[in-house]
Design a protein around this ligand. Structure first.
Ligand code: UDP
Length: 327
């Protein structure tokens, strides 16, 4: 079976490619390299292209017989999406439609889409279940929800089946440290703390200490990137076995505060670093915790990595990163 991985040179996409390859799938990576790294596309064929480029996509679908498309290409910075919404709607929505059009033109009808907990906005209850209210509060979350709705309409109108995975806080790295998280600019908590532990950053800022949570800082559900990768493979198998269009939360159900994360990093790395407590970051909900019961029940998926594993694998990766320039 051949899988086209759009965005396969990025953080989550590359981990999925590695696992797909290990499990015997043929992999074709399609990536513009705007945010991805050529060195992350180590498994299968590589084609450099943009998902908005219909001609290039058409050539790929002609050259390779693709069974399932996984789509990881997206702009993901919430703040940027507020400042430049057009960029988000164009890349995350319009270009996704181009990809879907090319799939249909070439008779490919199985699709796995990277969605996000941001579709829930400010959730009303925890843990969040898939049917809970969707009310994204920024263009990034809205762009993802729009594609989710488009995929429902495709399922009604065409012979087209898809899965949407709503990721909670993706974190950690390949235990072999071949690939890992390397966003530019980096905005995510764990790599930023590790940077501070390595002395590459003067301090780590804590955004808000007056939330109504156990220690005043935000609570998040961190899920290892290889657990996400495993869910994608189960998702592909589900669609290949005839499974209908569906959607799943992917989280570990754990609830760690920012302060607990700082403590875990201190313990795992054996290093201390400067912490600066500042005001809240606009748009951060106090809690984001997934119920992943549906994925467990239907895909028989269960996260296997603990928070310690997440921090340990990310730490080894960050130390490797310090010695090299990614290309
Ligand atoms: N956070 C923080 N300092 C930082 C980056 C993040 O205190 O420099 C907090 C942020 O407010 C949130 C949590 O860490 O509560 C996780 O943030 P991240 O940006 O990693 O993921 P998000 O939850 O926004 O998807």
């Amino acid at each position: 079976m051949a899988i086209l991985v759009a965005g396969g040179a990025g953080y989550i996409g590359s981990h999925v490619c590695k696992l797909l390859h290990k499990r015997g799938f043929s992999v074709v990576v399609y990536d513009s390299l705007i945010h991805g790294y050529r060195s992350f596309a180590k498994w299968g064929e590589f084609v450099q292209g943009d998902i908005g480029d219909a001609e290039c996509l058409s050539l790929v679908f002609t050259r390779f017989k693709i069974d399932v498309v996984m789509h990881f290409c997206a702009f993901i910075e919430v703040g940027e999406s507020v400042a430049e919404p057009e960029k988000y709607y164009k890349n995350n929505v319009q270009n996704t439609i181009t990809l879907l059009e090319q799939m249909r033109k070439h008779g490919v009808n199985k699709f796995i889409f990277s969605s996000t907990a941001a579709v829930y906005g400010m959730p009303e209850r925890m843990p969040i279940a898939e049917e809970d209210r969707k009310a994204p509060i920024n263009p990034y979350g809205k762009s993802k929800l729009m594609v989710e709705q488009i995929l429902e309409d495709y399922a009604q109108a065409y012979d087209f089946r898809s899965i949407r995975f709503r990721y909670f806080n993706a974190a950690g790295a390949d235990p072999d440290a071949e690939i890992g998280e390397a966003h530019v600019p980096e905005t995510h908590l764990i790599p930023l703390i590790l940077d501070a532990a390595l002395g590459r950053r003067e301090s780590i800022k804590v955004f808000g200490t007056d939330y109504d949570t156990k220690d005043g800082t935000c609570v998040r559900d961190y899920i290892h990137v290889n657990d996400l990768a495993d869910a994608h493979i189960r998702g592909a198998e589900y669609l290949l076995d005839g499974g209908q269009t569906s959607y799943f939360n992917l989280g570990s159900g754990s609830d760690f505060t920012v302060r607990e994360m700082l403590e875990t990093v201190r313990r795992v790395t054996g290093r201390d670093f400067k912490v600066v407590e500042i005001e809240r970051r606009p748009g951060d909900p106090p809690y984001l915790i997934a119920s992943s019961d549906k994925a467990q029940k239907i895909l028989d998926w269960k996260p296997g990595f603990s928070l310690e594993d997440i921090v340990r694998t990310a730490w080894v990766w960050q130390k490797c990163l310090a010695d090299k320039t990614l290309t």
